[in-house]
Design a protein around this ligand. Structure first.
Ligand SMILES: Nc1ncnc2c1ncn2[C@@H]1O[C@H](COP(=O)(O)OP(=O)(O)OP(=O)(O)O)[C@@H](O)[C@H]1O
Ligand SMILES: [Mg+2]
Length: 371
């Protein structure tokens, strides 16, 4: 397990409590090393007991697949989309993907992602238009349909990561130029970059590949003008997200955006913004001291799940992956809820656990006149 496990048993690290949406953030963070656990999953506290209990109960009622009475279903890694012509119904499921694989289903993850993204869409609408029209259900977004640029706009503020497309992976292997950006010698893992950068990738079905802005234009994926507009917007949203995260004691380390054009040719941000799935968040308070001591930052993102699989298998190549333990899955769910509450300043609303999520969604879509 990563460095959080190296903390003394039961040591506590109260995080700075900030304000969100003008109100005080209720949750506080305490991380404990669970020495008795063979999986060494650190536990995050600050999530209400009723939510913790609901997570355990909901583990066998996750939204892993959808089959709604709507046309043109397409299954993404996490979202199922239904194409209504000028609009898309986007259902965020509880699927947890990484390494281009399905790793597990995580209770309430879809709801948290959908509601976190909606909050950020609203907060960033002064920077760039977004495609969100409404949330007919906690797991569902109705969006303006856009022609999606086949590019993932990855923004980074730190030299980090562990996947094949991560900046640190390439830098460690000797690369000093990456996706059109140059980096000096002598950088260490988790160093803050001198300035935020964009390291775009292609948006592929199976595996995203790093690409430079020049190649994006040369290959006709975007015009130069589109690239200039979108990359500037992406960096502005990222800087805004970092500033908002900082108010809540968080570092928004990196993230990825998708953009597309609506029927009028207007560029919109689509898909998701600054969710714990598309972004890496670290705790600001402890970053500097831990980094100076050569320790990994304390994070509340899915990196610990990635590391768990990396330590046990070859997640890119093995035909069958080990099953993530319940303890780990519930912990991840708690972290998602925690991050939602900390960022938005809202309490997570536990859904009615007796109703299967699919049935609830159909009911809500009917009420919204969508099916
Ligand atoms: N407003 C929109 N108009 C058209 N397509 C959209 C819109 N918003 C999202 N999409 C598309 O819906 C799909 C959502 O799928 P999902 O997020 O599960 O996977 P992905 O985006 O392919 O992969 P990942 O997010 O892991 O990189 C994506 O293909 C995304 O481009
Ligand atoms: Mg996506």
């Amino acid at each position: 397990m990563q460095s959080l496990a190296k903390r003394p048993p039961c040591s506590t690290a109260p995080a700075r409590v900030g304000t969100a949406c003008g109100r005080r953030v209720r949750a506080s963070l305490v991380i404990r090393a669970q020495t008795a656990s063979s999986n060494h999953v650190e536990s995050i506290s600050g999530v209400r007991q009723e939510v913790v209990e609901a997570i355990a109960q909901a583990r066998h009622n996750c939204l892993t697949a959808t089959n709604l009475p709507l046309p043109n279903r397409r299954q993404g890694k996490v979202r199922d989309t239904y194409d209504l012509g000028d609009r898309v119904v986007i259902v965020t499921t509880d699927r947890q993907s990484a390494f281009d694989r399905l790793l597990a289903s995580v209770p309430f993850k879809g709801q948290v992602l959908n509601q976190t993204a909606a909050w950020w869409f609203q907060q960033t609408s002064h920077i760039v238009p977004n495609a969100l029209l409404s949330l007919p259900d906690p797991n569902v977004a109705l969006m303006k349909k856009c022609a999606v640029f086949p590019v993932e706009f990855v923004c980074r503020g730190f030299m980090t990561g562990s996947t094949d497309t991560s900046l640190w992976t390439h830098y460690k292997a000797g690369a000093r130029s990456y996706c059109g950006n140059s980096f000096p010698d002598g950088m260490r893992k988790n160093d803050r970059l001198a300035a935020n950068v964009i390291t775009p990738t292609t948006k592929a079905e199976d595996h995203d590949v790093p690409i430079s802005p020049r190649e994006i234009v040369e290959q006709g994926l975007m015009t130069q003008q589109e690239w200039d507009t979108v990359s500037a917007a992406a960096l502005r949203i990222f800087a805004f997200g970092q500033a908002e995260a900082a108010k809540r004691g968080l570092l928004l380390v990196d993230t990825k955006y998708e953009f597309g054009k609506d029927a009028d040719g207007t560029i919109h941000i689509i898909d998701e913004v600054h969710t714990p799935d598309s972004s890496r968040y670290w705790l600001a308070d402890t970053y500097s001291a831990r980094h100076a001591a050569g320790l990994e930052p304390e994070n509340i993102d899915k990196e610990f799940l990635r590391l768990w699989f990396r330590q046990r298998c070859d997640p890119y190549n093995d035909a069958v992956l080990p099953e993530a333990p319940a303890e780990l899955v519930c912990e991840l769910s708690k972290r998602y809820v925690y991050l939602y509450e900390r960022i938005t300043g809202r309490d997570f609303q536990v859904p009615d656990l007796a109703t299967p999520i699919n049935d609830r969604i159909v009911d809500n879509l009917r009420k919204a006149g969508l099916c």
